[in-house]
Design a protein around this ligand. Structure first.
Ligand SMILES: Cc1cc2nc3c(=O)[nH]c(=O)nc-3n(C[C@H](O)[C@H](O)[C@H](O)COP(=O)(O)O)c2cc1C
Length: 385
């Protein structure tokens, strides 16, 4: 049956992907409490219904990251897309740009920025993990400049990788090459095998020239994670701010004082994120953290939000509570794994439809009107009129 919503795409992805990769996408750290809270805390907020407001023309466009975009959401950085579908990064960027929305390429990608440049003339965004080896970070920045990246997201919530127990059980981190045992498990999903692995195990293009990171995406993933700089501090963000002329966004902020620090250092915005519940288990949900962060930074500083976005109504709640825009993670990764580029396009279409219908039923004509209405339109269920 054709998928009707994002949950259906998740089910399809589970059927299409080898378990080791589905679990890698789907899982969170330890009890997965924060991952669940990202979803369940959306239910703490309600959308205000008003009727007979004669909405004739709807406008879903809005401004985030310094530009007007046709939709209030974009595709955020998700590692190893090319392992879930052959040329996965290229498929995702094409689907995003066809809808006029940004796509952000993860440091941990099979495709390089040059590979994306070959398939799109649209704006490119890049997510940077700062590694202990600063010369490599410098090289990433130079490559990003050459590719014409205008927005850099620096991810700061991964000083150490959280333990995701599904990955431990599946041996995701310890499998550094394709053993006969792994091959047997991968062969259970022949369509995936033909699509992704027929030409050998894909590798991370950005570090292909560095044999010390190992060979093949699995081994490279393990060594990249180990080499993320554990001592990253605000001094490094100040250095990046001086070094990077384009827009700089700090990804992985949950505390108001951290958002204020980023603003005071001249960053262009932050992503309110707990890495999809994959890092500090017990951390606040992102939707729960948003109102206090907006109050602390004031109305003009760009706040993006990700975590648990599976419905158009989640997007409306985030925007009404003060996010300038929203970023998708697993939602589009499921679409990609399930049905390639068409799957990502369908995920974008489903969420667009849900946003559009719900906005009409709220009696609101545009995303900008929703932003202006703010807490009059999205209310905490515990109180309010
Ligand atoms: C499989 C997977 C890989 C990810 N890889 C990265 C990454 O390379 N860089 C990064 O900044 N965030 C990464 N993230 C985090 C996402 O950017 C985002 O914060 C998170 O997925 C949002 O939660 P959601 O998936 O519930 O929407 C990854 C998330 C997933 C699920």
């Amino acid at each position: 049956m054709a998928p009707v919503n994002i949950h259906d795409f998740r089910d399809l992805a589970r059927r299409r992907l080898p378990k080791i990769f589905f679990d890698y996408i789907d899982g969170g750290s330890f009890e997965e409490e924060t991952m669940r809270a990202n979803r369940s805390d959306f239910a703490r907020f309600g959308l205000r219904q008003t009727v007979l407001s004669e909405v004739r023309q709807q406008d879903l466009s809005t401004v985030y990251l310094g530009r007007r975009h046709p939709l209030p959401f974009m595709l955020g950085p998700v590692g190893f897309l090319g392992l879930y579908s052959g040329r996965g990064e290229e498929k995702a960027v094409r689907a995003a740009h066809a809808a006029g929305i940004p796509f952000c390429l993860s440091t941990f990608s099979i495709a390089s920025l040059a590979d994306l440049r070959a398939v799109t003339g649209g704006p490119l965004h890049f997510q940077l993990y700062v590694l202990e080896d600063r010369s490599l970070s410098e090289a990433f920045l130079a490559t990003a400049e050459q590719a014409g990246v205008d927005t850099l997201f620096v991810t700061v919530d991964t000083a150490i990788t959280g333990i995701r127990e599904r990955d431990v059980r599946n041996g995701f981190r310890s499998l550094t090459r394709v053993t006969p045992g792994l091959l047997a498990r991968l062969a259970l999903k022949p369509r995936w095998l033909v699509d992704v692995a027929m030409r050998g195990m894909p590798s991370v293009r950005a570090i292909e020239h560095r044999p010390d990171f190992g060979r093949g995406a699995l081994e490279q993933a393990a060594s990249l994670s180990r080499r993320i700089d554990k001592t990253l501090s605000w001094k490094d963000i100040a250095w990046l701010r001086e070094r990077w002329a384009g827009k700089l966004i700090v990804k992985g902020v949950l505390a108001p004082e951290d958002a204020v620090a980023a603003r005071n250092l001249g960053c262009d915005g932050v992503v309110i994120s707990n890495h999809g519940g994959r890092q500090l288990d017990g951390a606040s949900s992102t939707i729960g953290a948003l109102p206090a962060i907006r109050a602390a930074v004031g109305p003009d500083f760009c706040l993006m939000l990700d975590g648990g976005i599976r419905r158009g109504t989640d997007i409306l709640k985030a925007v009404g509570l003060g996010a300038d825009g929203v970023m998708l993670g697993r939602a589009y990764a499921y679409g990609l794994a399930a049905a390639g580029e068409a799957g990502v396009a369908e995920v974008i279409a489903i969420l667009t439809r849900e946003v559009s219908i719900s906005l009409v039923l709220m009696g609101i004509a545009s995303i900008d009107e929703l932003k202006a209405a703010g807490s009059a339109a999205v209310q905490h269920k515990g109180g309010g009129a």
